[in-house]
Design a protein around this ligand. Structure first.
Ligand code: ADP
Length: 198
């Protein structure tokens, strides 16, 4: 099963993706996590990515698609995987189609988590507070200013993927405004009915 999670920053993609990854035993590939690991390693790609990410902008399509292409060739992705945070632009979606076609594979379903902007900003503030309270380090792009930029970038560059995947008949919309458990149930329902969740 190849599954894509689509949704604005803070929509809950990571939370739901983790659960689905465990339930269906497929790896969760988060490009945000992969890029943060590259930043932490101090690699040339990481150094380049850090400035872009801290400004709330997108890392180049070629870099991100390259990272994903390499990752999905690994053995643990053989029976499927879940993409969280990729694709984020139409160019990335087209690159993904080509990468998968080369391997004779295809996307099974795209889950779009819908949450309104006001709720997203409130969630960000809560996430920052909870992270600080737990004595952990807050992500350097988790502040209201950069977050607003990330939302803007989402609307401009990523939201067009919703009609793109709808047209291919792959899109399933999920109400992300509900509590975590209710969102999880809705996703399970969709996967149960799409015939993809073996
Ligand atoms: P969010 O909570 O905003 O969804 P992520 O952890 O997915 O955060 O991503 C954090 C940052 O990493 C993004 O703002 C962007 O700079 C970069 N990034 C992640 N995925 C991609 C991608 N597919 N294309 C370009 N940049 C990306």
């Amino acid at each position: 099963m190849i599954l894509i999670f689509l949704g604005p920053p803070g929509a809950g993609k990571g939370t739901q993706a983790r659960r689905i990854s465990e339930k269906y035993r497929i790896p969760q590939l988060s490009t945000g996590d992969m890029l943060r690991a590259a930043v932490a390693s101090g690699s040339p790609i990481g150094q380049q990515a850090k400035t872009v990410m801290d400004a709330g902008h997108l890392v180049s399509d070629e870099i991100v698609a390259g990272i994903v292409a390499e990752r999905i060739e690994q053995e643990d992705c053989a029976s499927g995987f879940l993409l969280d945070g990729f694709p984020r632009t139409l160019a990335q979606a087209e690159m993904l189609d080509r990468i998968l076609a080369d391997q004779d594979r295809h996307i099974d379903v795209v889950l779009a988590l819908n949450v309104d902007d006001k709720a997203l900003i409130d969630r960000l503030k809560t996430r920052v507070k909870e992270t600080l309270a737990a004595g952990k380090e807050v992500r350097s792009d988790d502040n209201v200013e950069t977050f607003s930029k990330r939302l803007e970038v989402y609307q401009a560059q990523t939201a067009p993927l919703v009609p793109f995947y709808a047209q291919k008949g792959l899109l399933r919309e999920i109400d992300g405004m509900q509590p975590i458990e209710a969102v999880a149930r809705e996703i399970d329902d969709v996967l149960g009915h799409s015939g993809t969740a073996q």
